[in-house]
Design a protein around this ligand. Structure first.
Ligand code: HEM
Length: 359
């Protein structure tokens, strides 16, 4: 039998032996772990008992374990019941009570201040020519109903949300704990009940107004010229100008979806949501709502004092023919092309119905 055959056999053996020696150790390792889980908690208990003798009331190791967030053993059924302290909660609290409140507060102060400065400088956007006295219908009663249902629920949510986020810093010092806690409880419940209504209205609002909000080439020109709001020049637009379309897609649709989805997660915590998901939903909800409120201030400003004749469109459903021509020229041209004639302005009688053909 040649030496080469002997050598090969020996090396194979060595390999097997090495493997054989390793596997049992590994198995051993597993073995002692599998066999001694009870002992580790026993070990822990023993350590605790010993520690109570040598260092009475020193539960530091126990609390280190509790604060690790690793689930402990408990009889209580449910989500995360074994987790006594969830470490991410600290990160959530620092984020919410830190940057979210600080930068959110700055945003909600700077935006209205900028709008007021603009109003003080530019005043209300007026029509260039006098009103014709003839009215055109701009919004149907259904469009106005959906608008005001959404708008009112939005404003209720905004005020109760601001109170829940900033109340501790603004209202509490003014009214003291008792009154503040009542205000906070009422706001929280109002928010929880009006929230789902707002979600429902947002869906209806999307389908009611989407038709007139598709982007058109001329909308870029409107954006470039800032709608003529600074220069005062006339910039033609469709039924809704590019600014309204940005409010519709960026505010009503995108932020509407984010605040609604995160709000529903927070409002209905009975789908086994863990604390982590609730904390994330809270931050996303708060940040999206802060941007939504800031954006809505621009819309509300233009829908009230910022533009002459705008408010009546959503209040009574009609606008003056001159207003339509000056602010929504392509929409007005389309009405003309379809022979939609304006009727003389008597407050109670709305003008003939107008469908948007141009965006
Ligand atoms: C609370 C105060 C509000 C006021 C005074 C107000 C006023 C107005 C006015 C006057 C118009 C008609 C503009 C036009 O003729 O082009 C309008 C349109 C509209 N508003 Fe409001 N609004 C308010 C709140 C809201 C809120 C909270 C939302 C959404 C959450 C909203 C969504 C819309 C939409 C979607 C339109 C149709 C124009 C478009 O689609 O862009 N409004 N609003």
């Amino acid at each position: 039998m040649s030496s080469r055959v002997v050598l090969t056999a020996l090396s194979h053996l060595l390999l097997v032996l090495t493997l054989a020696s390793v596997v049992p150790v590994w198995a051993d390792e597993k073995q002692p772990y599998v066999t001694s889980p009870p002992s580790s908690s026993d070990e822990r208990t023993t350590n605790q008992v010993e520690r109570q003798q040598t260092q009475p009331f020193n539960n530091a190791p126990l609390w280190r374990e509790v604060r690790s967030g690793d689930p402990g053993i408990t009889q209580v059924k449910g989500i995360e019941t074994g987790v006594l302290v969830q470490p991410q909660g600290e990160a959530w609290r620092t984020l919410r009570n830190g940057p979210v409140i600080l930068y959110g507060g700055i945003l909600l102060l700077v935006v209205p201040a900028a709008i007021l400065l603009f109003f003080a400088w530019r005043g209300s956007l007026k029509m260039h020519s006098p009103p014709s006295g003839r009215l055109i219908q701009r919004f149907t009663s259904w469009e106005r109903l959906i608008h005001w249902l959404t708008a009112i629920s939005f404003v209720v949510l905004a005020f109760s949300g601001i109170l829940m986020l900033f109340g501790k810093y603004i209202v509490l010092p003014l009214f003291g704990y008792t009154l503040f806690s009542w205000i906070a409880i009422v706001s929280k419940n109002l928010h929880n009940f009006v929230g789902p209504l707002f979600v429902f209205c947002t869906v209806l609002m999307f389908f009611t107004f989407v038709g007139g909000n598709f982007w058109r080439v001329y909308d870029w020109k409107w954006i470039k010229k800032g709608g003529g709001m600074v220069s005062g020049e006339h910039v033609p637009a469709g039924k809704y100008n590019a600014g309204e379309k940005l409010w519709f897609w960026g505010g009503v649709t995108l932020l509407g979806i984010v605040v609604s989805a995160s709000g529903l997660i927070l409002d209905f915590p009975n789908f086994d949501q863990g604390r982590g998901l609730m904390q994330q939903a809270n931050i996303v909800h708060g940040v999206a709502a802060l941007f939504y409120m800031a954006a809505s201030l621009g819309h509300i400003y233009l829908g009230t004092i910022g533009m002459q004749g705008a408010y009546r469109a959503m209040r009574h459903g009609t606008v003056d023919e001159t207003w339509a021509r000056e602010h929504h020229e392509y929409w007005y041209d389309d009405l003309k092309a379809r022979n939609v004639v304006a009727s003389p302005s008597t407050h109670s009688t709305p003008g003939p119905r107008a469908q948007p053909q141009h965006g």
